[in-house]
Ligand binder design. Sequence first.
Ligand code: HEC
Ligand code: HEC
Ligand code: HEC
Ligand code: HEC
Ligand code: HEC
Ligand code: HEC
Length: 235
Amino acid sequence: MKGKTLLMAAWGVIFAAGILFASDKDATVPSEPAQEAAAAKEYESFGDTKIVIMEAVKDMFSHNSHVVTAGISCESCHPSLFERKRGAGKAKGDYNHTSFDAGKYCGACHDGDAAFSTTGQQSCKVCHGSDMQQPEIIVFNRPVKGVVFDHKGHVDMGLNCASCHDKEFEMRIGAAEETAHKFHMQAMYRGQYCGVCHNGNIAFAANTRCTTCHIGIKGVEKMLKKKNGDFEKKG
Ligand code: HEC
Ligand code: HEC
Ligand code: HEC
Ligand code: HEC
Ligand code: HEC
Ligand code: HEC
């Protein structure tokens, strides 16, 4: 793992040096792997110095497309918008669309002016790789069958996407069930998953009204039938 990261960093140096300093005769590319690694740590400023471009901080953000393709300087983002530390933004707790809308982080440029916006329905895919269509109803079947979560209902109550994503729930149906051994009532009573709110304070407690969430296999069948019925009536 570490070797691979270093190798990628090394390629970053070569790539960056090649593209940005093609005409800079003083630019040298270290030849020994050990030298490259040592040198990579120093190459952090932009200007007349060589730079390291760390590729793909997270899938959705690429230094290459911003620094090389769009020609943005390091100082436009570091340190005012982002620390030079992977995950630093996320650790602050407000790395979300509410902040982007207020012009922070990615939203400093992705406002539909300096760069494409974070609100255009067509844009979601460019960053997230999916059109981010929110599901209406989710039925959990692991570890027990027939637990219903009305996704649309919860959003319509006025809850923020960030109240659930990506802290307690990934934006991917089936993610929590992949670790079904952790997705249990004890966790909810401790305030995880649905228990963030279903604690008797924000919403009814998870140790009450079992059948409101656990509608069972029959309940799910009935719900789907009813939904299809409604749908047919409309169409
Ligand atoms: C368009 C904005 C932007 C520009 C321009 C930019 N960066 Fe970054 N950089 C980021 C983001 C976003 C992160 C991740 C921060 C986070 O996760 O909180 C990051 C992280 C880093 C990291 C940490 C990487 C890691 O794996 O821990 C380094 C080093 C870095 N940048 C160096 C640079 C250098 C050198 C330049 C100029 C060549 C540059 N950056 C230009 C946005 C930018
Ligand atoms: C410029 C890139 C960008 C675009 C465009 C974008 N997002 Fe995001 N989105 C992000 C980043 C960055 C995060 C924070 C990811 C993280 O926490 O690691 C995020 C997080 C989210 C979250 C989690 C909670 C929150 O409010 O932050 C949701 C939901 C979301 N995006 C939905 C959307 C939808 C829907 C669209 C299209 C209308 C969209 N995004 C367009 C970059 C983008
Ligand atoms: C300093 C301004 C600036 C910041 C901050 C910034 N971007 Fe960008 N971004 C741009 C520009 C300019 C482009 C290219 C022009 C365009 O497509 O509108 C771009 C293009 C992109 C693209 C399309 C190219 C590609 O890589 O596929 C993605 C995705 C993207 N940005 C994601 C992000 C995310 C995620 C963040 C926050 C972590 C972010 N950007 C922060 C200015 C910025
Ligand atoms: C009350 C909690 C909650 C809120 C609020 C919420 N979600 Fe979700 N969302 C979930 C859960 C739970 C899942 C399923 C996760 C799992 O199976 O592990 C999910 C899954 C998703 C998925 C994945 C769909 C798929 O087909 O895989 C998307 C996209 C999504 N949410 C978008 C949004 C958006 C956009 C918002 C804000 C408008 C939002 N969510 C608000 C709880 C929430
Ligand atoms: C961000 C807070 C939040 C999270 C997380 C959350 N809920 Fe809720 N939920 C609420 C609120 C608020 C209500 C309405 C108030 C009440 O009924 O006490 C509600 C109501 C409900 C209801 C009754 C109304 C309806 O939609 O039928 C069910 C069932 C329910 N939630 C299931 C779940 C399940 C299952 C999860 C986890 C997958 C979950 N909720 C996660 C806040 C949340
Ligand atoms: C707010 C919604 C909600 C309420 C209320 C709720 N549960 Fe659950 N329950 C879940 C979710 C979500 C899971 C995990 C997904 C799955 O098993 O399909 C789960 C899983 C379980 C499991 C299997 C995992 C484990 O903890 O052993 C049992 C058993 C269970 N619930 C019993 C109950 C009982 C008994 C009650 C009432 C005292 C109750 N639940 C109330 C949402 C709820």
